[in-house]
Every structure is written in C-alpha cells, then in structure tokens.
Design a protein around this ligand. Structure first.
Ligand code: SDX
Length: 382
C-alpha cells in the first residue's frame, strides 16, 4: 500500500504519528494520561514492581504469580555476563562516558547471545534476548561502577530482586526496604514512554529488519543526549551549582534572564506536567525526611516554581530522579545508565512490535540546498 507523501514539514517530527502501537499511550488513563497497555502510571507506580511492569511491556499482560516467578527466575539466571565483557569493562579507560561504555557492552553481549543466529523477526528469540538484556545491562552498569571506584566486583545474588540486587552490586550491601522500593518505582517510571527519541531510533533501526541488539545500541546512543536521557545528570549539576536554598531564587532569576535551558524542565508532549515527576517528587520528599536532610528539596522548590510560572515549563521525570538517585547514594555517572537499564524493557517491546508488524521507516527531506547546476572541470575550478 503506498500513500502519497505529505508535502508538510514538521521540525523535529513534532506531532507526527510514525507508527501504531499497543504498548503505551500518553493520552490514556490517569492524571497525566501515561499508561502502559491500558494501566495508568499512577496505578502501576503504586501497585507493581519493575519485574511486573517489564513482563507487562514484553508479554502484553500483567503476570500471575506463577508467570512472575518463572520470569524472575529467567532474569536471575541471565544476570551473569561473559568473561570477555568483564575484561573489556576493566580495559576501557576511566575517562570514557558511562553511556558509551553501556553502548559497547550491549554490542559485546550480542556476540555471546545464544539466540544470535536467529532471524531478526523471530518473536520468541527476541523475547528471550530482551529478557537477557534486562538482566545483563544492569550487571554491566554495576560492574563498570565498581571498576570506576577501584572496588572488587560484587556478583549478582539470586535471593535479591532486580532493584535490591542492582543496589547490592553497586554498594556491596543490601539496601533498606525504603531505598529498594523507591529505586524499584523509579525503574517502573522510567520503563517506557511511547515514541520518545531513543525508542523511535530503535524502531527505525529494526525497520530495515536489522536485529534487536542493533536497535538497542541505537537507542542507548540516542538516550545519552542531554535533551533526552542525559538530562537527569544535567539536572543534578544544576542543583549542585546552586548549592544552597538561599541561592536558588537568585540563580534561577539569572539563568532565566540569560535564557538558559534548564535541564529537567519542559517536554515535547507534556505541556501541563509530567505525571512521573509528580510521583517521583513524593518519593524524594519522603526519603529526604527519612535521611533528615531536605536541603536539596529546598533548593529544587523555588527553581521548580519559577520555571513553571515564568516559562510555563513544568518539571519532567529527570528533575526529581536526579535528587532521588543522590539520596540513594548513586554517583551522577550512573543516572543515565540507570535510565537505560530501566527503559530497555520499553525499547525491546517496541522493537519486537515493529519486527512483528514491520514497514521500513523512510521519511523524506525538504531540499533547501543549491539549485541544479553543471560541473566545472577540475582544471577550470577557481
Ligand atoms: C526525556 O520524549 C520523551 O518522552 C522523553 C522522555 C522519556 O521518558 O523518554 O520523557 C525523557 O527526555 C525528558 C526530557 C529531558 N530533557 C530535558 O529536561 C532537557 C531540557 N528540556 C528541553 O531541552 C526541552 O524542553 C525538550 C527537549 C524536552 C523539548 O523541547 P521541544 O519540544 O523541542 O521544545 P523547544 O526546544 O523547541 O523549546 C520551545 C521553547 C523554546 O523557547 P523559544 O526559543 O521558542 O523562545 O521553550 C523553550 C525553548 O527555549 N524551552 C526551554 C526549555 N525547554 C524548552 N527554556 C528553558 N528551559 C527549558 N528546559
């Protein structure tokens, strides 16, 4: 079926519908409209674990107890990564950006995947690859962090769930239930978000019938940018730059006067606020109170108020997640890799959906270059 190409140009593809999807809606249920397969993000954040959310995204339904037990058992068995990757994680120079290390890690994992010989459209093989990626990207991120800290690797533990195991591999000790729960909720909130730039790049990649690993590598590279996943790192740098609550008003006034782009604010789709930011802010307030230090909340508040009021740009998910990860004792270099290891469930679901019902994605470019002209022979060119 070929339809006439539109002759309209939408910068940044703003508002363009590029595919049909059953995975996520931003106009679905709940306060902000965000829903995974019909369940609102408010209900999901309240009631399900990241493992349940990942199963829902990949398999289309929330798991029953038996399905969840076997899914978690497959994820736990897949946590160990190839020795060759561990050696490479040690060999990559410490100055390399953690998202570049993760991009390389996904590429290396592809070489050792037992289903690597399957055709790219093999649905069952793609689901198995997706489950391995959910397990192994977390291991790769945790191992690299320990190497960055010059600390011994902490192997995965089968008696810990996804969130607790990751925090244990990072810190060498089990997290409190409050921290485990808050971290797990952040993974649910980061798990999926319709056709954001990184998900779109994953879908474009496999629309050529390339493989799921190539699609995830594309997505990791796309997420790194500060306009997208890299914003949670940048949001923390804003808070650190302000440093104290008494400096916040002056800082934001001067930043807005300089027309600075304030990281963690604004969204291409949400114009009345990101529901995930509202949910995460509640966790930030709770944990700040528990640790007895609300300084960062008191720095964030005036910035949030001024940017929302003066620019009509409410905070997005990256604004509170930066504070939450600080409260969990996570280094800033982990912020975007954590976003990626959560979002891989959404990326993989979209990639599998694309491969199951594929059409090559090939938009047009509006030509604004030189008019038609003849070639001047080299000897006569000035
Ligand atoms: C994520 O798409 C998704 O779903 C992404 C995501 C997901 O879950 O996958 O939700 C995750 O990426 C969230 C966004 C994280 N990025 C940031 O926080 C970076 C800061 N935000 C912006 O750069 C911006 O708001 C975007 C990139 C998020 C959206 O930008 P748009 O829709 O392209 O809007 P724009 O850049 O064209 O800006 C429109 C106007 C401009 O002013 P004018 O030049 O017209 O006068 O709004 C201004 C911008 O300058 N503006 C900002 C601003 N964001 C937009 N001004 C100050 N601070 C900001 N953050």
């Amino acid at each position: 079926m070929s339809t006439p190409a539109t002759d309209q140009y939408f910068p940044g593809l703003e508002g363009v519908i590029a595919c049909e999807t059953s995975i996520c809606s931003l106009e679905g249920r709940g306060e902000g409209g965000l829903a995974f397969r019909g369940y609102s993000i408010e209900d999901l954040a309240e009631s399900v674990s990241y493992m349940e959310a990942a199963y829902l995204l990949l398999h289309g339904e929330l798991p029953n107890s038996g399905q969840l037990i076997s899914f978690e058992s497959r994820i736990k068995s897949a946590r160990p990564v190839p020795e060759a990757l561990i050696q490479l994680l040690h060999a990559i120079p410490p100055s390399v950006h953690p998202m570049d290390v993760l991009r390389t890690s996904v590429s290396v994992l592809a070489h050792y995947d037992p289903d690597n010989g399957a055709v790219s459209t093999d649905h069952a093989a793609n689901v198995r690859k997706a489950e391995r990626l959910i397990a192994q990207m977390a291991t790769a991120v945790a191992y690299r962090e320990r190497i960055e800290r010059n600390q011994p690797l902490v192997p995965p533990r089968d008696d810990l769930d996804h969130a607790a195991n990751f925090l244990n591999m990072i810190n060498g000790g089990e997290p409190s239930e409050t921290k485990r729960s808050a971290f797990d909720k952040s993974l649910v909130l980061y798990a999926e978000h319709e056709l954001n730039a990184s998900t779109f790049s994953g879908r474009v990649t496999v629309s050529t019938l390339s493989d799921i690993y190539s699609g995830i590598v594309s997505a990791v590279g796309t997420l790194k940018g500060p306009l997208h996943g890299g914003a949670n790192e940048e949001a923390w740098k804003v808070l650190e730059q302000v440093g104290a609550p008494e400096h916040a008003e002056e800082w934001i006034a001067s930043a807005l006067a300089r027309k600075e782009r304030i990281m963690g604010f604004g969204h291409r789709v949400y114009k009345h606020g990101d529901p995930r930011a509202r949910i995460l802010k509640r966790y930030c307030t709770k944990i700040a109170a528990e640790i007895g230090d609300d300084r960062w909340e008191r720095i964030a508040e005036p910035i949030e108020r001024e940017v929302t009021q003066q620019k009509q740009l409410p905070p997005n998910v990256d604004w509170p997640s930066a504070r939450l990860y600080h409260y969990l004792g996570l280094d800033i270099r982990l912020y975007t890799p954590i976003f990626a290891m959560a979002r891989v469930a959404g990326w993989a679901s979209h990639i599998i959906e694309q491969l199951d019902h594929n059409r090559l994605m090939r938009p047009r470019g509006q030509y604004i270059g030189a008019p038609p002209r003849e070639i001047v022979p080299l000897a006569k060119r000035v």
